[in-house]
Design a protein around this ligand. Structure first.
Ligand code: 13P
Length: 339
């Protein structure tokens, strides 16, 4: 197989009606924070247990077509002794890998960030591919502030995303391109829309300059919403309208799928917002999910670090996956939360 047919089959397996992606790629500090909230220590065994529980959830593949893993998960095994990427693949879930090394401040800017990890990326990707990863994820982070993102911040982050994506494709790995505009702040939905439009415009301009083949990419953007501490919340219809408007202005139709992050929305908000986007007119790309917290949060609280709660945790994950699956068709209703 050539790298192109590799990437085409990865896209075909990941982009499926009624399905989306589970993000289970929390870095060491982030998973420690999630575990601390349920009073669980972040040991290697606890992380293995948790991620194995997620991956082996019965019938998860009915609604989940891809899972983003963290590096250590690639070499861990399920209780039954299967390598976790193989266990995912067995469920019909494509295993992928987060490859960025986190963010640092972008010097000479007020508050822009920049993500590290490009050095040696091509070599690392070859190893991850041998370990079963078929796609990758890289996240650039854009806080919204008075003068942020700056022109420099916008440009620099787009360059890094495009370099990452081009390197992935050179070894036959599908890149998920994630420019996350943070929900933190009291900004209006209009200000969020303006920032996301500027960010995504720069990202697609850079992807073009670096020769990235858009057909073999997935975009993982933030939804357009008011800031978390803004006085009023937007309805799912307002979020859908503003988000689709910005996407139509910035994302070429060659991109097969747009898989939103949840970014601090509650699980029910994330589902309702996705539903509203799919309830309207058809769009040139699939509108799907790549949720971390919005899929895992109820499951984490059902688990509480106790092996005897594993089944309840899997049921909680399955429920969110199923409801987001319904939202892929615009067929979710809040009433389904009680079923
Ligand atoms: P959230 O859905 O919790 O934002 O996580 C998705 C993700 O992978 C962020 O990089």
């Amino acid at each position: 197989m050539t790298i192109y047919s590799d990437m085409q089959s990865t896209i075909s397996d990941m982009v499926q009606k009624g399905k989306g992606i589970l993000a289970a790629d929390e870095s060491a500090p982030t998973i420690a924070k999630r575990f601390k909230a349920i009073d669980v220590e972040s040991t290697e065994e606890n992380r293995r247990f948790w991620r194995s529980l997620l991956i082996t959830t019965p019938k998860l593949g009915d609604y989940i077509s891809g899972i983003i893993l963290f590096e250590e998960t690639l070499t861990q095994k399920s209780d039954a002794g299967a390598q976790l990427p193989a266990a995912a693949q067995q469920q019909g879930i494509v295993p992928g890998i987060k490859v960025d090394k986190g963010k640092i401040p972008l010097v000479n800017t007020e508050a822009d960030q920049i993500t590290q990890g490009l050095d040696g990326l091509g070599e690392r990707l070859k190893v991850y591919k041998e370990q079963g990863a078929r796609f990758a994820k890289w996240r650039e982070v854009y806080p919204i502030g008075g003068h942020t993102p700056s022109r420099l911040g916008n440009h620099a982050n787009a360059e890094v995303l495009a370099r990452y994506a081009a390197i992935c494709q050179s070894v036959g790995i599908v890149p998920i391109v994630e420019p996350e505009v943070l929900i933190d702040g009291d900004h209006t939905i209009e200000r969020c829309a303006e920032v996301i439009e500027r960010v995504q415009h720069a990202v697609y301009h850079a992807l073009h300059r670096y020769g990235v083949i858009l057909e073999y990419t997935i975009l993982k953007p933030s939804m357009v919403t008011p800031g978390k501490t803004h006085a009023t919340k937007a309805t799912p219809e307002q979020v859908a309208e503003q988000t689709i408007k910005v996407l139509r202005r910035t994302v070429p139709a060659a991109v097969p799928s747009i898989n939103f992050l949840s970014g601090g929305q509650t699980d029910e908000e994330a589902t309702a917002n996705l539903n509203a986007m799919n309830a309207g007119n058809p769009q040139p790309w699939e509108l799907s999910f790549s949720y971390g917290r919005a899929l895992q949060q109820p499951a984490l609280h059902a688990w509480m670090g106790k092996a005897e709660n594993a089944q309840a945790a899997q049921q909680a994950l399955f429920k969110r996956a199923r409801l987001n699956g319904a939202a892929r068709y615009g067929k979710y209703g809040v009433g389904m939360e009680k079923e």
